[in-house]
Ligand binder design. Structure first.
Ligand code: NAP
Ligand code: ZN
Ligand code: ZN
Length: 348
């Protein structure tokens, strides 16, 4: 065991603070990594504050992790000390169920093990995430990253990237599709980049007028201010696909109405309160209302390789770990352009 410096929450109502955790020594298939950067996802905030229930304290959030390999177990062939590597939202799954065999570990029938707030499958304890100096994980859940891209911009690909890439690929979004990306935050800005890179006609659906210029710079062709009734009513029945990344409670029906016949709205945003959707909003126009969870390991590697080939990274504001609580407050106000990433060298 190694004692490792970390930052985490000791309860739902206390700030993220300095603490220490224990990491196991690498087992034969384990990779140990020094963490260089860790992105700050809105899920970190939901979990730290127990907004979804089920948080086990202390919790060390962080699942957008890039770093350098420091040690590997005897059986590890694909990584060696000194390599760059990454870990996303999962560190284990059963490997045997139908979904795991298909590379859809996020939908493992016995439940994947989250990078934080997860229970290790061997009963050895709770998982701790990337707001820490070092992490150990099974090589099957470690990803390769390019040394050509800025590492701080790569970190958010591990959650914000794959969570938007996966549904856009699954629903085969591309040329000829009119696509709306709802909410311009961490997930939303990656959604805009991918959807435009796949050739779709992309509209940013945002309730923040100040984000219009950025949305267009990120690749959106149009900007629709969702608080403007006239713009919203003009856009009714016009979208093939909407990717909903909103983190706060909101009325889904407002946006379902923007879908045309056979259109689909996929929720990746996960507000803590249930949605109320009258069946009529789906029945008329034969609309679909769907969800999507991160992405499997093979698809995450595919996405990282796609980003390396196409020069895609996240737009980030690098922060000192001491500013993590202020970053949470800014994220709640929508004041993030467009992902906070912790420089782990500031964790001393
Ligand atoms: P974020 O950076 O805070 O972005 C959320 C965006 O939602 C904001 O920038 C804002 O965009 C919009 N928004 C916020 N409050 C709103 C409101 N009251 N009404 C309308 N729009 C509002 O968060 P994130 O890190 O992208 O995460 C977004 C959500 O996805 C979170 O709930 C997170 O837990 C979830 N998530 C899910 C998965 C998954 O696998 N499904 C993975 C990662 C994260 P505008 O200012 O442009 O309106
Ligand atoms: Zn996340
Ligand atoms: Zn499984």
């Amino acid at each position: 065991m190694t004692t490792v410096k970390a930052y985490g929450a000791k309860s739902a109502v206390t700030p993220i603070e300095s603490l220490s955790i224990e990491r196991r020594d690498p087992k034969p298939h384990d990779v140990e990594m020094e963490i260089l950067y860790c992105g700050v996802c809105h899920s970190d905030l939901h979990t730290a504050r127990n907004e979804w229930g089920g948080t086990i304290y202390p919790v060390v959030p962080g699942h957008e992790i890039v770093g350098r390999v420091t040690r590997v177990g005897d059986h590890v062939k694909r990584y060696k000390p000194g390599d760059l590597a990454a870990i996303g939202c999962m560190v284990d799954s059963c490997r045997e169920c139908e979904n795991c065999k298909e590379g859809l570990e996020q939908y493992c029938s016995s439940g994947m093990v989250g990078t934080y707030n997860g229970r290790e499958r061997d009963g050895s304890g709770i998982t701790y995430g990337g707001y820490s100096k070092m992490i150990v994980a099974h090589e099957d859940f470690v990803l390769r990253i390019s040394d050509k891209l800025p590492l701080e911009g790569v970190a958010p690909l591990l959650c914000a990237g794959i969570t938007t890439y996966s549904p856009l690929r699954h629903w085969e979004v591309g040329k000829g599709h009119k696509v709306g990306i709802l909410g311009l935050g961490g997930l939303g800005h990656m959604g805009v980049k991918f959807a435009s890179s796949f050739g779709a006609d992309v509209t940013m659906l945002s309730h923040s007028p100040s984000k219009e210029a950025d949305a267009k710079r990120l690749g959106a062709h149009h900007f629709l201010l969702t608080s403007d009734k006239a713009q919203m009513s003009k856009a009714r029945n016009s979208f093939d696909f909407i990717l909903n990344t909103v983190s706060a409670p909101h009325d889904y029906n407002t946006y379902l109405g923007l879908l045309k016949t056979n259109g689909t709205m996929v929720c990746v945003g996960a507000p803590s309160v249930p949605a109320e959707v009258p069946a009529f909003n789906l029945i008329f126009q034969r609309r679909s209302f769907a969800g999507s969870l991160i992405g499997g390991i093979p698809e995450t590697q595919e996405m990282l390789d796609y980003c390396a080939d196409n020069g895609i990274t996240s737009d980030v504001e690098v922060i000192d770990i001491k500013d993590i609580n202020e970053s949470y407050e800014r994220m709640l106000k929508g004041d993030v352009r467009y992902r906070f990433v912790i420089d782990m060298a500031t964790l001393k």
